[in-house]
Design a protein around this ligand. Structure first.
Ligand code: SF4
Ligand code: SF4
Length: 256
């Protein structure tokens, strides 16, 4: 085929014949430059469907490549390698291998949703970024992210007991993400938190009664009690089991 933008083509794919006459017209040299046909054979015809199976990826097929998502993207403004439009294109034509080249930056989406607000086709690009990140984790292309570990702990408690205990979520999240809880406590953030809960200004103002009433005693006691007893929502058993099966089924469907 003839070419229009030579600089975009790999030199090895450019074909030029030094001497060529066609219908009596001399088209030697660059006048006859052609580009080698390129065939894409390593695409996955099911890739679009796979991403649609993840929460947020359902509308990926609607994209008409206008580029508004990328133009409005917060991360693209500081890193032009972060290109939601391009990744959505790769999903829709099944070019998994190309997408994997960018696996280490897709997680940088900050979920500002500017892309989703501007998209004229309701593709919900922010959701597609999330779906891609989860797919990359499920397939082992990237380590499981901290936010996924948080989601797992949150979901586990919801399914088991129909409620969550904040302290347990945070403690288990710290453990799963390899954080040293003792070091964190020693680093001073707990003191700051307690100081804020204590409402020290009240003490400085001499309002002793109000200060004592706000001391963080009842809250931590309740938290400690919940950590030990692990209360469940009343009659949760069957509901939790149905929800667990539903979540498992959705995961199976997403993985094909
Ligand atoms: S704004 Fe929507 S339709 Fe336009 S390229 Fe992005 S995802 Fe596709
Ligand atoms: S949600 Fe993510 S992809 Fe969308 S504009 Fe914000 S940073 Fe970009």
């Amino acid at each position: 085929m003839p070419i229009h933008e030579k600089s975009l083509i790999a030199p090895a794919d450019l074909l030029t014949t030094d001497k060529l006459v066609v219908d009596g017209i001399d088209v030697s040299g660059h006048w006859n430059t052609m580009i080698k046909p390129r065939y894409i054979s390593d695409y996955d015809p099911d890739f679009q469907q796979t991403i649609q199976g993840y929460g947020g990826g359902e509308n990926v097929h609607r994209c008409w490549q206008c580029g508004s998502c990328t133009n409005s993207c917060t991360v693209y403004a500081i890193n032009t390698d972060f290109n939601p439009r391009y990744w959505i294109y790769l999903v829709n034509i099944g070019l998994k291998e190309e997408l994997l080249k960018d696996k280490d930056i897709i997680w940088q989406c900050v979920s500002c949703n500017k892309c989703t607000n501007i998209c004229p086709k309701d593709v919900r690009p922010e959701g597609v970024m999330k779906a891609l990140q989860h797919w990359l984790e499920d397939e082992g292309h990237v380590p499981v992210s901290s936010s996924t570990k948080f989601d797992e702990e949150f979901t586990r408690q919801c399914l088991e007991r129909g409620r969550i205990e904040d302290t347990e979520v945070i403690m288990n999240f710290f453990r799963k993400t390899g954080q040293d809880i003792v070091a964190l406590v020693k680093s001073g953030w707990l003191g700051i938190m307690v100081a804020r809960m204590n409402n020290l200004p009240l003490l400085r103002e001499g309002r002793i009664g109000a200060f004592l009433a706000r001391l963080p005693i009842l809250g931590p006691l309740k938290m400690g009690w919940a950590m030990l007893v692990k209360p469940r929502t009343k009659s949760w058993g069957c509901t939790g089991e149905v929800l667990r099966q539903y979540v498992e089924e959705q995961k199976r469907l997403a993985r094909g």
